[in-house]
Design a protein around this ligand. Structure first.
Ligand code: G4P
Length: 522
């Protein structure tokens, strides 16, 4: 069992849209033998086939809404890549996916550097000390100076960096990368199909001049000296603690620098790590199975109106048709057709190990965060809700369909599509999302799946924050003062709906003993 767990690498690739996540994923699948030629999974095609068929609206909008899992073997390793939605309106989905991975690869566009979405996702990684490897992509295009880029990464992502490869120029002059730990030169040849040969060179000899020309050789020697002087030695322990990120340069589109990334990744990236529960820490090599649901997607198969609950196996071995304990329902269940996902297919699995993701057919039995065990009452932690950024009142637009609407809202919230708050003052329901698109998805799905109609009405809010205090009197006083702005979330927790940043700041000043949280887990 230890061997099975040790060889697993479960991770996500995160990036700002367009940085090259799809292209990199494709190349990794290529190395894993999951696809035969590059270009088979054209840009965005992973999104369009593997996931988008699952939900009609995605086809219409041409964007990826859901998260899928791809798995393959590489050398002795079993790789699980958790794909994340390309569109930033579904960032919440990505946040949750990050709770199920053991490490991440961040893709940054060499010309654009750190962009908003990357910054936000990194914050989530930092909350959980997730180990991070950075891939600076699109070096075949004019990129920023590598030293400036590294400074930017360090500053904006708040992590110390150590380059493991070094680029020789960029854009049309891009010559390749020098591998700092293998001391090999990897010359660039623009091609989607060919993986370039590496040449071993002693950078202090004329061989380097012969390979890349005297002036570039001189420049490279100078830069490498500077790199050694400026950056600390790469330290795996620090990487595993989430304090240091190794950096690679390359071009995903040209399959350049990807193999180095993958080879280093499988070697240093962590195998499944222990997971925290309310009760205790669960170690991956415990003999009994435990797992939690981090993601639910609807309509994977358009012919059957069922959902799939994605469950991360946290310990032990999961077997098909074995009774497991659903902690929230206090019920035993068995699963006859759990699935695993290969690039674009899903297959039934008989067993899965800690680190794997399994898809469980779901007809409303699961909620995000649900736990399965062999009998122990455990509650996994670390699937927080983040304060939404957009809010609207949801109203019933068809009086005959009140029940359907309530059921639809309930189930969509269980899936984690958005967050529901009930205003305690007027009893109205407020839906909070991170993007406009989610409102459209909700409306569409309510109509198509629940035969219910909703209408949105504006509400001007800045943020929702969860409030708590050790001083019950002050909390009561606060709730009284802000009674028009107090709501409950679905777990019945108190939420303050601040209508502006100013109001929030004043509240924080006036009520010193109240803690205002911007995630639901504190
Ligand atoms: P994403 O999943 O992060 O959104 O990015 P994706 O891989 O889809 O890449 C976004 C665009 O950037 C694509 O171009 C892709 O071809 C291009 N790209 C990715 N990696 C590289 C690279 O290393 N070098 C260069 N020059 N371009 C790269 P597109 O025009 O949007 O799509 P397509 O016409 O290639 O299908």
């Amino acid at each position: 069992m230890n061997n099975e767990i040790e060889r697993r690498r479960t991770f996500a690739i995160i990036a700002h849209p367009d940085a090259g996540k799809t292209s990199l994923t494709e190349k990794l699948l290529l190395f894993g033998g999951q696809i035969q030629v590059a270009g088979a999974v054209k840009s965005n095609k992973i999104k369009k086939t593997a996931t988008s068929d699952w939900m009609d609206i995605e086809k219409q909008r041409g964007i990826s809404v859901t998260t899928s899992v791809m798995e393959f073997d590489y050398n002795d390793y079993k790789i699980n890549i958790l794909d994340t939605p390309g569109h930033q309106d579904f960032a919440e989905d990505t946040y949750r996916t990050l709770t199920a991975v053991d490490s991440v690869i961040i893709v940054v566009d060499g010309a654009k550097g750190v962009e908003t979405q990357t910054r936000k996702l990194m914050e989530v990684c930092r909350m959980r000390n997730t180990p991070v490897i950075i891939f600076v992509n699109k070096m075949d295009r004019e990129a920023k100076d590598p030293f400036d880029l590294l400074d930017e990464l360090e500053e904006e992502l708040v992590i110390s960096v150590r380059p493991l490869t070094w680029p020789i120029e960029s854009g049309p002059r891009f010559k390749g990368v020098y591998n700092l730990y293998e001391h090999k030169l990897n010359l660039f040849q623009p091609s989607k199909q060919v993986v370039t040969e590496k040449v071993e060179v002693d950078i202090h000899t004329e061989e380097l001049d012969n390979q890349i020309g005297a002036s570039l050789a001189e420049k490279l020697r100078g830069e490498l000296e500077l790199v050694d002087g400026v950056y600390p030695e790469f330290n795996v322990e620090e990487y595993l603690k989430g304090d240091m990120a190794p950096v690679f340069f390359g071009s995903a589109l040209n399959n350049f620098g990807v193999q180095e990334l993958l080879d280093t990744f499988v070697e240093i990236a962590p195998s499944p790590r222990p997971t925290k529960t309310e009760e205790r820490e669960v170690k991956p090599d415990e003999s009994k199975f435990t797992g939690f649901v981090f993601k639910i997607t609807a309509n994977i198969d358009p012919n059957h109106r069922s959902c799939i609950a994605f469950c991360k196996v946290c310990s032990g071995r999961f077997s098909r048709n074995t009774p497991y304990y659903h902690v929230r329902h206090d019920k035993t269940m068995r699963f006859s057709s759990p699935t695993q996902f290969m690039a674009q297919r899903k297959t039934t699995v008989d067993e899965a190990w800690a680190g794997d993701i399994i898809g469980l057919p779901d007809n409303g039995t699961f909620k995000i965060g649900d736990t399965l065990t062999e009998g122990e009452k455990l509650h996994f932690r670390g699937i927080p809700s983040f304060s939404p950024e957009m809010f609207k009142y949801i109203e019933n637009a068809d009086p005959m369909k009140q029940k359907q609407l309530a059921k639809g809202i309930d189930q969509l919230m269980d899936e984690g599509v958005a967050q529901l708050f009930v205003n305690q003052f007027n009893g109205r329901k407020i839906i909070g999302t991170v993007g406009q698109l989610q409102f459209e998805v909700i409306q569409y799905r309510l109509e198509n799946e629940y035969n219910a109609k909703c209408r949105w009405e504006p509400v001007s809010l800045y943020k929702a924050c969860w409030v708590e205090s050790d001083d019950p009197e002050e909390l009561e006083a606060f709730k009284k003062r802000k009674y028009q702005y107090m709501a409950k979330d679905r777990e019945g927790r108190d939420v303050f709906l601040a209508d502006s940043n100013y109001v929030l700041q004043m509240a924080q000043m006036d009520f010193k003993h109240i803690k205002f949280h911007f995630t639901s887990e504190f």
